[in-house]
Unconditional design. Sequence first.
Length: 407
Amino acid sequence: MRASTASLPVVKRIDTLIGVSPAMHALRVEIEHAARCDAKVLLTGESGVGKEIASRMIHANSARAQMPMVAINCVGIPDALLESELFGHMRGSFTGAHRDRAGLLEMANGGTVFLDEIGEMDPRMQALVLRFLETGEIQRVGAERPQHRLDVRVIAATNRDLPADIATGAFREDLYYRLNVIDISIPPLRSHREDIPVLLDHYLRRYSHQHAVPVPTITADAMRWITSYEWPGNVRELKNAAERLIVRRCGTVIALADLPAVVRDRSAAAAAQRPRTDSVAAGTPATSAAEPAARSVADTIFDRLVQQRESFWSIVYLPFMVRDLTRSDLRMLITRGLEQTSGNYKMLVELFNMDKADYKRFLNFLRKQDCQVPYAKFRALRPRDRMVPDARLAPSHPTANAHVVEH
């Protein structure tokens, strides 16, 4: 079935990056400079830091502001369909191509195209995008020759380390230098914690208005834990947490007990108990070189799955489908799970709180998204080589040595 472009609309709304820190001020200045020209922009940073918002700000403040901006997530569309989505196709070029169809690059002619998660493109698509960047010409799928030369500004974004991917051959060096005319790096939320209270207040007000409830206040203890938390999902995670607090109707005062469990985990508790300085007393915890390294998104989600018994379909599948998680996050999560189950995918279904009947659905999802991690190397792990987080997976379990039946 062909992906519908209804899920890839022309971007019309304008957001802004919120924050009072020097880091956010410097970022806004970089965006202003990028908006004054037509050069290609590469936005880098962790998932959830606001790369798409930055791209909209660049477009909205540029000379192309009255022309369309089209956004496409390169990881949200199967590789086999991505070429047709970008470049269009001719009637009869493949099953289901009943008419000629313009691609998203043509839709953005005169304006801007935002290529999100460009680091996830396969080598063939990288070559096609490079050719477009060099010539401005597009060739629809099924066409014998290029049809159009377009005037499109390209803004790309990635949460990957592209120089490292270049070293391993996963990303083309020539494409990297074509895209990296203006390089804007967006910092993770934990590196400018003074913006956390400002962002939280903004989203609490937004969702209070949306749900027609009074804007709550935050107790000092709760705010101390919120600002001490590492926020591996960055601003997107903070935004979701704010909406959850409003939807749960916690009342006019949000206390420590009202915070999401993930915010109150052991790492946050340790951070909240650190000696406070004057800046902490004012609501912002001090940071130092001795502060523990940030946990990855996969680490946090793994704890929620294994310790808090949340369902894979709720906290992994749905966020992945709406782009809150990347393929890299998903592969890392599956790897951690296979380490615990000695490569047994059937036990992984149980570990991740899915019904046994979901086994085939789970594998099909991983295959479709190219996130099925080979299991053989984990079979050699002995139980004492890995931590067993749940009694169901202990060596004494009757299915501990069961083998996955691959379909």
